[in-house]
Write a protein that binds this ligand. Structure first.
Ligand code: SF4
Ligand code: SF4
Length: 424
């Protein structure tokens, strides 16, 4: 058997680097029951065994066996175990980046408690370090580092949107206001596509008496470093937000309607940068629901449209925000219906975890949107409300593909703003 090339050695070393105690434990404790298969929409919608979550980790498993287990080392020393190659990793790129949204559903059902999503993220870290990441994600990462936004949205674009919002509102949208209580982050898509978000939060916060600001040096909430698997770059993006919040001396940073931005900032950020934040982090839905409970967010009228709520995976399953959107929708929706599997068990839209930023993954993600189609066919709604601009784009793409674009897709914050009672 021929020895691996020096570049293959480096790729193997990059994967070895990622095998920590939890990953090794999860590989050891897998009992091959296959329960994770039926939790993953890439498997349920294709029935192709290569999309079984734990199978997506096969090269990393091989490295773990050959480098960390007695029998694996022995087999390797005897020349009986084949080392992984660049060709194999090339082939796996599709499984680990294009066919996993990091939705966490597989981790939820594993009877052994294996966090497969965590392992896939570790695998992505190794793959990226070994040079095996999709070119679109690499380009988005480069834009995020160099321009401050994965979509290349600049401060000038944000300022233009603020100006439009001010014309519509008739008052100023706060930016760089020292000592405000809250600093609001946005996602690139909210600035570039969903222009209603700035007027919506401005009106809600004004009516509720919230002291808030945007920050010209830290307005982007998304974190491509998490999606591609580059913790050092993910940390750099978190540091920018921390620096902006510290400069403005705010008490709380608000994560926008974006799934992975919340996960990156709320759950991963302090570990990424190696210190606690001097401020709190809340998701916009948590804040809106708090304001509702305190009687500061009042609405008037109810919408009779039959509507449902799509739970973004990182906000609901991996973030625990399940009740808040429903509390808010109950205030304004007369005809709300949940999908059968919702909240922690909701099915992913198919575009999270960097999949929708990866153009070559489009046919696959549209294919597996059939799961969401089935969920929607069961409840027959005219509108889907969600709280993540990435989900929103994927839902629109999927509905168009399946000729269901009579169903409207809207954000939750703008829905609340539409029924806001500003009379007090
Ligand atoms: S559900 Fe857990 S134990 Fe079962 S095959 Fe998947 S990872 Fe292994
Ligand atoms: S995280 Fe979601 S998409 Fe990825 S393997 Fe698990 S169930 Fe499938």
């Amino acid at each position: 058997m021929s020895a691996p090339s020096s570049t293959a050695h480096r790729a193997i070393a990059a994967l070895v680097e990622q095998i920590d105690a939890p990953t090794a434990t999860f590989f050891t404790s897998c009992v091959h029951c296959g329960m994770c298969a039926d939790a993953c929409l890439f498997y349920t919608e294709t029935q192709d065994p290569k999309y079984i979550p734990i199978y997506k980790l096969l090269p990393m498993r091989k490295v773990w066996q050959q480098e960390f287990t007695f029998w694996g080392r022995l087999m390797k020393a005897a020349g009986l175990a084949k080392p992984i190659t660049h060709e194999e990793l090339d082939e796996w790129e599709e499984l680990v980046f294009d066919s996993c949204t990091l939705c966490g559903r597989c981790s939820l059902v594993c009877p052994m408690g294996n966090d497969i999503t965590y392992m896939i993220r570790k695998f992505r870290e190794g793959m990226t370090a070994a040079g095996h990441a999709p070119s679109d994600l690499k380009a988005a990462m480069k834009r995020a580092i160099e321009l401050g936004s994965p979509m290349g949205v600049s401060l000038a674009t944000l300022k233009a949107q603020i100006k439009h919002a001010e014309q519509e509102l008739g008052y100023e949208v706060p930016i760089d206001k020292q000592g405000a209580d809250y600093m609001m982050l946005l996602s690139s898509a909210e600035i570039a596509q969903f222009h209603e978000i700035i007027p919506a939060v401005s009106r809600i916060f004004k009516a509720a008496g919230v002291s808030w600001t945007l920050c010209s040096e830290a307005f982007e909430g998304t974190n491509t470093g998490i999606q591609i698997g580059a913790s050092d770059l993910a940390a750099e993006l978190v540091e920018r937000i921390v620096a902006g919040a510290e400069k403005l001396k705010v008490k709380t940073v608000i994560s926008p309607e974006c799934g992975h931005a919340y996960m990156a900032l709320r759950w991963e950020g302090p570990n990424l940068i190696g210190r606690p934040y001097p401020f709190k982090v809340v998701h916009i839905l948590e804040l809106l629901d708090d304001l509702r409970q305190q009687g500061k967010l009042k609405t008037k009228g109810k919408d009779a449209t039959r509507m449902t709520y799509h739970d973004p995976c990182q906000i609901a399953r991996r973030g625990g925000i399940v009740e808040q959107p429903r509390n808010l929708l109950n205030e304004v929706a007369q005809n709300f219906v949940d999908m059968e599997e919702h909240g922690e068990f909701n099915w992913c839209c198919g575009g999270g975890g960097g999949v929708s930023a990866n153009e070559r993954a489009m046919p696959r993600r549209l294919d597996v949107f059939s799961r969401k189609k089935k969920q929607l066919d069961d409840i027959k709604v005219d509108r889907i409300v969600t709280a993540c601009s990435n989900c929103r784009n994927m839902l629109e793409e999927g509905l168009e593909h399946y000729r269901m674009d009579n169903i409207e897709v809207v954000g939750l914050t703008e829905t609340i703003a539409q029924y806001l009672d500003e009379s007090a």
